[in-house]
Each structure stands twice: as C-alpha cells, then as structure tokens.
Design a protein around this ligand. Sequence first.
Ligand SMILES: C[S@@+](CC[C@H](N)C(=O)[O-])C[C@H]1O[C@@H](n2cnc3c(N)ncnc32)[C@H](O)[C@@H]1O
Length: 271
Amino acid sequence: MVAYDEFRESERSGWDARAGSYSDATARATLQSIPALLARANLFPGAKVLDAGCGPGYVAACADILGASSTGIDFSNNMITEARRRFPGTKFEVGDMEQMPLGDQSMDAVLSNIGLFHVTDPDRVMREAFRVLSPGGKFVFSQWLGPAESECYRMLFDVLRNHADMTLADPAPDAYVLSDRNLVSEKMESAGFAGISFEEVPNVLHTPGPSFFDFFMTFGVRVPLIVEKQAPETRKRIRDEIDERAGGFLADGLYRIPMPSLVVAAQRPSV
Ligand SMILES: C[S@@+](CC[C@H](N)C(=O)[O-])C[C@H]1O[C@@H](n2cnc3c(N)ncnc32)[C@H](O)[C@@H]1O
C-alpha cells in the first residue's frame, strides 16, 4: 500500500493554517450536514460521543447541547486550540482518528463530519470506530459526493483535468471512494457494522465573490494541494477557467454552488 506520508503531513499543515478562518470558509458548507448526522446518532442524556476530525468543534458542541458528553479529536493542534476557544464547555484533544486515543467499547456514538474524506486510510478509521463503540453504539459520518453527483466538484475536476499535471501532486488516496454506497456498505460490513443506511444532504456552498477560485483555495485542502504544485502559468489558467465557470452560479454578489454530501449511519451489533 502507498504510504501517503507527504499527503498526510500536507493535510495536517493545511488544516493548521486554516483553523482561524474555517468558520467563514469550510464551515459555510460542512455545517449543513450536522443536523442529519445528529438525527441518526440516537443520542441520549449522558451519551459518550466521539467527534472524530472535529475541526473547530461544532459537532461535539451540538451533541453536548443535546445532552451528550462529547470529546472532539483532531490531528491539527490549531484546530483543537480553536475548538477549545469556541466551545470551552466541551472536551477537545489532539488525536488521530486512524488511531483513536480511546479504550475498547468506551463510546456510545462516533461521529465524523467530512472527516474520512481527509484521512489516509478510511478502512482503518472504520475499524477504530467499531473498536471504541459499545455494543449497539452508532457510527455516523458524512462525506462529500463526488464529481458525478456534485456540481461543485464536477466543475473543479473538469478544470483540473483540462490544465493540471496531476503527476506533480503528492500521491493521495481517492477522496470519493466513500461516495459509492455499495463500496461503503462492503467496507462498513467488513469492519463489523450492521444496519447501514444513507441519506443525501443537499449542501449548497454560499460564498461572496469576487473570485470563487480564491475562496476555494481557503475552503479546502485537497484541491489546493494539487493547484499549488502547478507552474504559475498553469495556475493562472486554472483560476481563470474556474472563475469563468463559477460565474454561472453567481447572483446578487453571492455564489450558490451545490455540493451535496452523503451521511452514512451504522451500528455495532448489540451482541
Ligand atoms: C473538513 S474538516 C471537518 C471539520 C469538522 N468536522 C466540521 O464539521 O466542519 C476535516 C478535519 O479532519 C481533520 N483530520 C484529517 N485527518 C485526520 C486524522 N487522521 N486524525 C484526526 N483529524 C484529522 C483535519 O485536521 C480537519 O480539521
């Protein structure tokens, strides 16, 4: 298996750099998946919840408002600092969701909002979620849908295909394997989960102009990692074409670009 060490380090430093601006960038789209995530978590008063890849802590904080006792983990130090600042009543720790710093069967729910999209080995996260869940516990995560089902990612990857030399980018795992419901079901079942269900959430990325490209470079990490490796003239061509295409989604100074997500829920069997 490819190690993806450079990719992992770039993800970590990319999120570290975005922690302070996240609430006005990535959160404009990720927060829209949280109600569906929580609706499938079957929380109860005192439920022990892990928010894996918590970023600035929104899922853990929302679960606590609903009566849970949550811990958020993220491998970015700056995200954990930001989460503690925003939500001082909730517990946050630096930690890796591919090696969860928790005992076996210690959690009632593991939640991850657009977290598995960014890890090097999502199968490992599924096995870890199974390990830390009590029998009957719920694992619920969300994932961006891929270019075939997402106008935002279709536009971005069409333009990258037209101009970018993808061999310049560090090797990275396929971000969209978890958008394939059959594949996700197989992976979740082989981790031990049962009762797998899906819900599509119609997230729409709302953001002011003028340049959608400039905004998107602050929004995500995966696409910038590809763009930043390109030659300056290639980057300019990518920027120009993305802004031209994004213009079709601009009205009254605001881009509204559909980027739906998939919420996946499953249970560790009771016995
Ligand atoms: C798109 S953000 C999602 C943040 C948050 N869950 C939300 O609802 O907006 C992805 C987060 O996953 C974190 N992350 C990526 N790989 C990780 C890993 N292996 N362990 C822990 N956190 C990870 C990143 O640092 C980043 O904060």
